[in-house]
Design a protein around this ligand. Sequence first.
Ligand code: AMP
Length: 170
Amino acid sequence: MQIQDFVRDILDFPKKGVVFKDITPLLADAKATEAVLQQLLAPLKNEKIDKVAAIESRGFFFGMLLAHALNVGFVPIRKPGKLPGEIISEHYDLEYGSSNLEIHMDAIAKGERVLLHDDVLATGGTALAATKLIERLGGEIVQCTFLMELDFLSGREKLKKYSVNSILNY
Ligand code: AMP
């Protein structure tokens, strides 16, 4: 099975010049979804993991599947104003402008080993902000795992402190 056949390029979305990597065809296919899940899990066989944290919103799809497969808890890292409890927040730069990511203060206990997941690693700013949130709570990043990586944006450079795994490269 060719997993890349289930990722669709949408030109000029959400704005002109962007090639959006649409994973809805992948999500719509049970066998492709299972194949992706197994590929994400493969390098983690010998790792002790306490929590999976994933980034809103497309990170949630496989983030929750990973947590379920690993039999550990799931932690949502969300956009501003979505989490109802006490939060900490991290500011980060986007291509145009900036934003924040938030996590519940009690989502991760000190010393917990955390797998971070998102769908796409582009410039790496989003994932880096997420690693900061996890580490501010005392979590230890086991790996940053992505469905795909846009190599030409060098996001891996920002995450060079960490183990990074992506199953598709563009
Ligand atoms: P970045 O902070 O530049 O690494 O951007 C990563 C975040 O933006 C991820 O949460 C992705 O879901 C989203 N993203 C960035 N570029 C794309 C793209 N070409 N297609 C789909 N999602 C993208």
